[in-house]
Every structure is written in structure tokens, then in C-alpha cells.
Design a protein. Structure first.
Length: 436
């Protein structure tokens, strides 16, 4: 094990474990309350302002509760009210107050006629569900999109995999607050995370106690109450079930279940392309255990099965939405224009887009060489490769969103939760602690 990764881990562990994790809990909730308040006051997006006005209160309540736990721990270090279970309870209440309550509020107001209570992706997913019921494919073809008024052509595109349309099916059946796609994004996210926690704490993975149980909690916090995740789910939400399924796949890999891991990441890949790099890394992980084909059966088979009906119904519509539009060759351009390096290079330098694409390809090649030379043999290594790889891709893509950072952040924080404890046989590998 090299000195640098060890130092990084020790630095993070010292911060994460200060006051049995309560110090970082308080910092997370307090900083998030400030972020939510600033969002409520300054955001140019109405759904974001509405989220911030509610979430700031939720984060503040959680910060007060964490402060109370810290004070209680100082007086009585063994108090269960300052222990891990109490931290789980406060995390759950924080998710309720910062995500589920604003989500339900915006859904109810939208059902009552407010047109500024959902981001565009919610409308796109719901329309794709209606088209799936009516035509057998969630996609509009090039000519159909061109026939729309110019201001509506962007909403005519569905740049997701076909499985995402399933979250729009409830809206196709009834027009009510509970059929809002975000409600079902939240249901899918909660289910996948619950299965991931169960896999790590009850599936033979010794992560039910301290400190590993605390690592699982921290990973769940990163996927739920972290503002980039809470804001995304409450106002748009399509990325969260994809992320949760990827975390579930890694948890299943950590507990030595390659087939379910492949199924979980395959379900994520049937929803959105962001899961495909995770699927590739998990397939390579499976190959190190002579289980590559078993992982690939679900990781590749499920997205292929989802694509097949849309391919048979209207191949050109599938290509227009899933390939041409994301690559910048659609009738309109994507509004994803966050000022990350790739976007700045593409928009400010001569031949900037080509330069940004070249840098992105170079980063991808570097990761591919790393995977070939040192394939991940543990779920921890797989999570770290996915996290850093997606971070590099998001920063270098010419067209990207700030919200996409939820993927690498959650994956990197999830990695320590995948490291089993108490193993009699461990060795240094890939800069992580690997166990056999």
C-alpha cells in the first residue's frame, strides 16, 4: 500500500470518525442549510427556490438535532441517543424534511395547476411514458420533433434509455400528485438503497457495527441528504434511481454476489447511460473472479432487452434521441452548460470542442489502460475507479450539468462502506485494503 493513499484514508477517517461521526454530521447539515437558504434566495429556477425554502428548515432541524447529540455524547459517551442508530434516525428525518416533503409539496402544487413546480426532465419522462403506452416506443422521430413549435422541440427529445419511461407510466394512467414521476423516482431510490444497506449489514458482509456500519450510514447520507442529491430528487430526480441501483450493484459485489450485481447495474443501464461505465467496471471485476459472463448477462442483457422493442418499433427515433441529441447533432442543443473545464474549453478556445473531446478520450484511454493493467479485484477498487472516472468525464465533457456530480461524489463516499472488517486474510491491492 502506498503512503499517499494511506495518508488520504487516514485524513478522511479522522474527519469522518471525529466524535463518533457526529462532528461531520453537524457540518454536513449546517453547510447544507446554508446552501439551501442561498438557493432559496438566489436561484433563477423556480423549483430550486421552492426546494430551498423548505429544505433549509429541514437541514436546520437536523443540525440542531446533531448538536444535541454532540452535547449529550460529551455528558454521556455511552448514551444510545448519541449512537449509530440515533444517527440513522436523524438521517432519515433529514431526508424526509429536505427531499420528500419538498418533493410532495411541489407535486401537489403542480397537480393543482402550478406550472413552475417541476424541472423539464419530469415532463419529458412523463411524456415518454404516455408515448410508450400509445405507440410502443418512448421516442419521437426526427420529423415529429421538427414539426413541434421551436419552443417545444427540446421537450420532444428523450435522451434516456427506454426503461426510464416506466417512471412516466403512472402519469399516463392518472393525473394526480402521486403520479408525478418524481414520486416514483423517490420510491425506486428508497427501495434500491434499502436493499443495498441490507446487503451490507445482513448479507454476510461484516458492516453492521462500528466503524463499518458508520461508513454505510455515511454512504447513504451522500446519496440522500447531500444537497446535490436532495435538490435533484425533489425537483427533477431521474438520476437518483440510477445512482441508487449502481450503489446496490457495488454492495452486492462486495458481498460476493456477481449475478445480482449484474442485474442491479443492468437495471440502472436500462434507465440511463451514466450507469454503463459502472457496468463495464463491474464486468471486469467479475472477470477477476471468473464471473465476468455472469455479471455481463445482467449488466448488458437488461439494457439490450430494454432497447430492443424501441429499436423494432422505430429505429430512427431511437437513434435521434439516444445518440444524435446527446452528441450535439439534434435539432436543438442540450441546455446542460455548466462551466466545467470541458465546457469552458469547448466554448472559448479555437477548435475548443475538438480539444475537449480529445481530452475526454485521453482520460478514457488512461482509465482503460489502468483497468487492463490492474483490474479491480474488490468492490472498493471498482467504486473508486467508477467515482474518479465519472468525475473526470463530467469535468471534461463539452456539455454537462453541475448535478451530475452526484454520481462521483456518492460513489467515492460509498467506497469505504464496501470494505469488510475483521477478515483474517487481507492484503494491500490497488491502493485499497483488499480482502480474500
Amino acid at each position: 500500500m502506498t503512503a499517499a493513499p494511506t495518508a488520504r484514508r487516514r485524513g478522511w477517517q479522522a474527519l469522518d470518525s471525529a466524535a463518533d461521526g457526529l462532528a461531520l454530521d453537524l457540518g454536513l447539515y449546517a453547510a447544507s442549510a446554508v446552501f439551501a437558504a442561498i438557493t432559496a434566495a438566489t436561484s433563477t429556477l423556480a423549483p430550486h427556490r421552492a426546494w430551498g425554502s423548505v429544505a433549509a428548515i429541514g437541514y436546520l432541524v437536523a443540525a440542531i438535532a446533531a448538536t444535541g447529540q454532540l452535547l449529550l455524547r460529551r455528558r454521556d459517551p455511552g448514551s444510545p441517543l448519541a449512537g449509530l442508530r440515533a444517527r440513522w434516525a436523524i438521517t432519515g428525518l433529514a431526508w424526509l424534511g429536505t427531499t420528500l416533503v419538498p418533493l410532495a409539496w411541489q407535486s401537489i402544487e403542480r397537480a393543482g395547476g402550478r406550472t413552475d413546480r417541476a424541472q423539464e426532465e419530469v415532463l419529458v419522462v412523463e411524456e415518454s411514458g404516455r408515448r410508450l403506452v400509445d405507440t410502443g416506443t418512448p421516442y419521437l422521430g426526427h420529423d415529429a420533433i421538427a414539426a413541434l413549435p421551436p419552443g417545444e422541440q427540446l421537450l420532444g427529445y428523450t435522451p434516456y434509455q427506454p426503461g426510464m419511461a416506466l417512471f412516466g407510466l403512472p402519469r399516463a394512467a392518472a393525473d394526480a400528485w402521486w403520479t408525478d414521476a418524481r414520486v416514483w423516482f423517490a420510491v425506486g431510490t428508497a427501495l434500491a438503497l434499502a436493499l443495498a444497506v441490507r446487503a451490507l449489514t445482513r448479507g454476510g458482509h461484516p458492516a453492521s457495527g462500528q466503524p463499518a456500519g458508520a461508513a454505510v450510514l455515511r454512504g447513504v447520507q451522500a446519496a440522500t441528504v447531500l444537497p446535490v442529491c436532495a435538490l435533484t430528487l425533489a425537483t427533477g430526480g431521474d438520476d437518483l434511481p440510477v445512482l441508487a441501483l449502481c450503489l446496490l450493484a457495488l454492495a452486492l459485489a462486495a458481498t460476493g454476489r456477481p449475478v445480482p450485481a449484474g442485474i442491479a447495474v443492468g437495471l440502472a443501464g436500462a434507465l440511463k447511460l451514466f450507469a454503463w461505465p459502472v457496468a463495464l467496471v463491474l464486468i471486469i471485476w467479475g472477470m477477476t473472479r471468473r464471473a465476468g459472463l455472469r455479471v455481463a448477462a445482467g449488466a448488458l442483457g437488461l439494457p439490450a432487452a430494454a432497447l430492443l422493442p424501441a429499436l423494432l418499433v422505430d429505429r430512427d427515433a431511437l437513434v435521434e434521441n439516444v445518440l444524435r441529441f446527446p452528441l450535439g447533432h439534434g435539432l436543438v442543443t442540450s441546455p446542460a452548460q455548466s462551466p466545467f473545464p470541458g465546457h469552458l474549453i469547448a466554448t472559448t478556445l479555437p477548435a475548443g470542442r475538438a480539444v475537449a473531446v480529445a481530452l475526454l478520450l485521453a482520460a478514457g484511454l488512461t482509465i482503460a489502460v489502468r483497468l487492463a493493467r490492474r483490474p479491480p479485484r474488490t468492490a472498493v477498487s471498482a467504486a473508486l475507479i467508477c467515482g474518479y472516472g465519472l468525475l473526470a468525464a463530467i469535468l471534461l465533457m463539452p456539455t454537462t450539468r453541475f448535478g451530475y456530480l452526484l454520481y462521483p461524489l456518492a460513489l467515492l463516499v460509498w467506497a469505504p462502506a464496501l470494505r469488510p472488517t475483521g477478515s483474517a486474510n487481507c492484503r494491500a491491492e490497488d491502493g485499497d485494503t483488499a480482502y480474500t
